[in-house]
Every structure is written in C-alpha cells, then in structure tokens.
Design a binder for this molecule. Structure first.
Ligand SMILES: NC(=O)c1ccc[n+]([C@@H]2O[C@H](COP(=O)([O-])OP(=O)(O)OC[C@H]3O[C@@H](n4cnc5c(N)ncnc54)[C@H](O)[C@@H]3O)[C@@H](O)[C@H]2O)c1
Length: 511
C-alpha cells in the first residue's frame, strides 16, 4: 500500500514553497506543482493561462496532478492555489494528509502583488477569490496551520506527520498565540492509538469518574485522583494535587496530563503552572465543555469561595488530545450542559455553526467530531487575536457573567456550569434587547431538557446573585462589562449596563 503524502494546500502567498522547504529539511521528498506544471507545459504558468485560458490550464493540471497524487508514496507535495478547484484532484487527495496553510487576504496580496501570477490582479480580486476558495480548503483540510512566521510549518511538522499514525479522520489544528504554539488533535480513538505528543515521563491528574474509564490509556508514571465536581475546584484541592505529585516524585523535566472535564483541566493546568515553577501540561478533555472550550487557550484556575476562577494563571497546554470517543460514557445531562458552550460558540461565530446549533436534535447522535473541531477552531482564532483577554477574547464570556454569578451564589451546588451559562445566555440576550433570539435560545435549551428559568428547589437568592455579579473578575472601575449580542456572529464586549436593567434581566429568570 502506498503511504500517504503530506499535501500543502492554500491560497497564493500562503507559504506553500516555504512549507515544502521545511519538509525537505526533515528528509521528505518534495514536489512543487507549479514547477511541475511549468516543466510539463514547457512555459511559465502565466503564459499557459494566456495560451489555453484558465479552463484549459485547469484540465491539464487535473490530469497531471491527479496522476501524481494517485501514484504518490510518502513525501510532500505543494499544490497550486487553484488546484483544489478540480474534482479529480479533490478526489485524489482523499488518502493523503492535507495541510491547509492559512493566510489573510491582505497578507496574501502583500506577498503576491509584484509576482507574475496570472490571478494576482488587484487587492479586491484577491480578497474575492480567497473567499470563494475558503470552503474548499476548509472541507479538504486534515490539518490547519494558521498564519505565522516562516518557520511555523517546521515546528508543526512532527504533529502533522503523526496524523499518519492516528485513527482515520483525526484532524490537527496548530494553535498559535502570543505566548506559544501547540497541537490540538480531534478524533475518535486517539487514546487507544499508542501515540503521545511528548517524550518525557508523564503524571496524570484525573477525577474518580474518569480515571477508571480512561486512566490506563494514558500510561502515566503516576496518577493523582481528585473527587469530581465544581466544589473541588479550590485551593485545597490544588495543594493536595501538588503535594501528591511531589510524593510521586514528579520532576521539572516531566509533564502533567489533565484527564477529565473542565474542573480537572482547570485544576491540573493551574497545578502545572506552579509545580516547581512550571511544567508542561497535556490536556485530555473528556466532557463536551472541555472539548469544545476549556481545554484550549491556556486559562487555568480555581474558585475562591463564591468567586469563580479568582485564583489562576495563563498556562498554554503543550498539546490537547480531544478524543470524542470519551464523550460516549458521558451522562446525557452532562452532554446537554456541555451543549450550552456550543450554543454560545454558535451565537458568537454565527454562520454554519449557528445553523448546526439550531438544527441539533438528538445530542447522542450529533456529529461531535465536527462540532468539537469547529468550536476549537473558533476559540483558537479568538485566542490568537487576544490571548490575555484585553479585548476580543472577552467575547467568550457571553452568558458567563450572570452564569458565574449563579454558580457562585449557590456555592456551585445547584446548577452545572453549562446550565448556569444557559441561564446567563438568556439574561445577556435580554440585556441585548434581542427578544426573538432570546426566545430561540430558550427553545433550544428547552429541547435539550436544560433549565430556562431558576427552578423550584434550585433557587438562587437574587440579592446574593447580584452581589456576586458585582465582584465579577471582568469588573473595572467603570462597572461590570457585559458581552451583548443582537444577532448571531456579532458580539459586542465591555458593554456597561445600568444596574436596574441587570436586575430586571436576572429577575426575569425567576419568571
Ligand atoms: N479554562 C477555561 O477556559 C474554561 C472554559 C469553560 C469552562 N471552564 C470550567 O470548566 C468547568 C466545567 O467543566 P465540565 O462541565 O467539564 O465539568 P466537570 O469537569 O465537573 O465534569 C462534569 C462531570 O462529568 C464527569 N465526567 C467527565 N468526563 C466523563 C466521561 N467521559 N464519562 C463520564 N463522566 C465524565 C466528571 O467526573 C463530572 O462529574 C467549570 O469549572 C468552568 O469554569 C473553564
């Protein structure tokens, strides 16, 4: 059986030649399609476009490149920017590892404006052309590499090559933000594949619901087990984790594995940040909340009494393995609570993801690999633009201001994180004066059996809730800044809202 090749796709100016050079220095045999075509045709591509027209060129390209991809046995290939337009070529990509190198239109134009590429005509044309190609790149990519410096592919290459050893259908997102880069792998059966992203000894932190199910797949040199639940996300647990790791003999050159939901991820991530002044952490999320949201972006921390996430740190993971297989043992209530973070992401991103949220019916049968992948990509794009939460990243707090206050006011005893955020979304949409959207979200929550009002037996004292809200971490001297949103895809951050409106939006939840 011929081995898969690594095939770089992407727009003109995305850095495909640079990527190929990285593959060559890693010892791979490489082919650049633009060069190959020029040799085949005996003329520069621009001349071929003029002689045969774009259509004639594409026909010839489909034949040559399709044949090459069919025969390829390992190695690396860089396609032309428009090669993916051909169905013949798209079909031939199926068995290969397809790597999409992303580039913003502006940057692409800067790089190609003075080249003699036939389609590099103007900044506007380039922007339009890129827009039409995006869905194709999106659909074909097994790995996504965001815009970066010239060496980004060199750094991502070991993870890209690992895809050949991982289960069919596994996708790789190379996450990149100000303080670092790391691979995110999303797929089914990652834990059973016998592959691990770091070579050093590993120590695992997990909770007692999870460790028995998936602990052995980690192959750790030692494991620390905590009790499950948000009430364990505190400084006492943190101290216990740190002293247990010390007792197990964990050293600075070892790494930590956070195996579990958002609680384990936050506690273990924080422990990794402070253990002997910092060790790497591999996040292995096993809940929907963690796979669509909390495992990425490096925020870690614990609650301090009613104040949610009051002690914490930014500590980017060294890698994230989102094995969606693990979601199959999640109780339905947790699946539904996790879905609230998907609703949030759908509201923020709009477009296809919001469509998915509206259409989602039976959560057990949902296309989780795709949902996790899309949410991870959205979150990482936001974090890439603003890792330290000074601006854009605040959008991720949609619904969390009131949500966190509900959690804190009940000392984490009455509602799951996701359920509280669901109620928080309703309050945020009221404050946004978006009644129809609020209705739509209430209907989606209701369909999944999630609360749409503060329920009997799960009461929250309004005054306590409002007091906790005032202590929100996002508070500045001017007041608590809300994320508001009037239509999917268009969030606004840092919106100050008069106290009486906040009170009314919260009181409506008792309706
Ligand atoms: N750091 C961030 O950026 C970020 C983002 C969003 C949420 N969070 C935090 O995440 C936490 C919520 O996470 P969560 O909803 O995953 O809660 P959780 O970690 O408490 O997990 C929920 C429950 O599911 C169990 N469980 C986990 N995986 C399982 C599996 N595969 N099968 C069966 N049971 C399983 C757990 O033991 C627990 O009882 C909150 O503390 C929230 O603040 C953090």
């Amino acid at each position: 059986v011929p081995r898969p090749a690594i095939v770089f796709i992407g727009f003109m100016g995305a850095g495909k030649s640079t990527a190929l050079a990285a593959a060559r220095s890693a010892g791979l045999e490489t082919v650049e399609i633009d060069d190959l075509m020029e040799r085949e045709l005996g003329m520069p591509i621009k001349a071929a476009f003029e002689r045969f027209g774009e259509e004639g060129f594409r026909e010839r390209e489909a034949e040559v490149v399709g044949g090459l991809l069919d025969r390829a046995d390992g190695g690396a290939i860089a396609l032309g920017g428009g090669s993916v337009l051909s169905p013949r070529i798209r079909a031939a990509l199926g068995r290969h590892t397809v790597v999409w190198l992303q580039v913003p239109a502006k940057e692409a134009w800067r790089r190609i404006a003075h080249s003699n590429r036939p389609l590099a005509t103007s900044a506007e044309d380039v922007t339009r052309l890129l827009e039409t190609r995006l869905p194709l790149y999106e659909e074909l990519a097994d790995a996504v590499v965001p815009p970066g410096d010239r060496a980004i592919v060199e750094r991502a290459l070991p993870s890209i090559r690992a895809l050949a050893e991982l289960p069919q259908g596994t996708k790789l997102l190379w996450a990149s933000s100000a303080s670092g880069e790391y691979p995110i792998l999303v797929g089914r059966g990652l834990l059973g594949a016998g592959w691990w992203p770091l070579d050093s000894r590993r120590f695992c932190v997990s909770d007692s619901n999870v460790v028995g199910r998936f602990g052995s797949a980690i192959g750790a040199d030692g494991t620390v087990e905590i009790s499950p639940g948000e009430t364990e996300k505190n400084l006492t647990t943190l101290e216990e984790v740190i002293s247990s790791l010390a007792n197990l003999g964990m050293r600075r050159d070892d790494h930590l594995v956070a195996l579990g939901g958002g609680v384990v991820g936050d506690v273990a991530g924080f422990a990794a940040h402070v253990y002997q002044r910092g060790v790497p952490v591999v996040q292995v999320p096993t809940t929907v909340v963690a796979q669509v949201d909390s495992a990425y972006g490096g925020k870690t921390g614990v609650d301090v009494l009613a104040n949610k996430n009051y002690a914490g740190a930014y500590h980017l993971p060294a890698a994230v393995l989102s094995d969606v297989e693990t979601l199959s043992t999640l109780p339905r209530t947790e699946l539904a609570a996790g879905f609230v973070e998907v609703i949030k992401t759908g509201l923020l991103a709009g477009g296809r993801l919001w469509e998915r949220v509206i259409e989602a019916a039976d959560l057990e049968g949902a296309d989780w690999p795709e949902i996790v992948w899309e949410c991870a990509r959205y979150k990482c794009e936001v974090v890439a633009a603003d890792e330290r939460d000074d601006g854009l990243r605040q959008v991720l707090n949609l619904g969390h201001t009131v949500g966190h206050a509900i959690e804190g006011a009940t000392l984490y005893s009455a509602y799951r994180h996701g359920e509280a955020v669901g109620l928080g979304l309703l309050a945020a949409l009221r404050l946004s004066d978006a009644s129809d959207l609020r209705e739509a979200v209430a209907e989606i929550l209701d369909r999944q059996g999630l609360p749409t009002r503060i329920e009997l037996g799960r009461e929250v004292d309004t005054e306590v809730l409002l007091a906790v809200l005032q202590a929100d971490k996002k508070r500045t001297a001017a007041g608590v800044g809300f994320v508001l949103l009037s239509e999917p895809g268009a969030p606004r951050t840092g919106q100050l809202v008069p106290d009486d409106e906040v009170r009314a939006a919260v009181e409506e939840l008792y309706g």
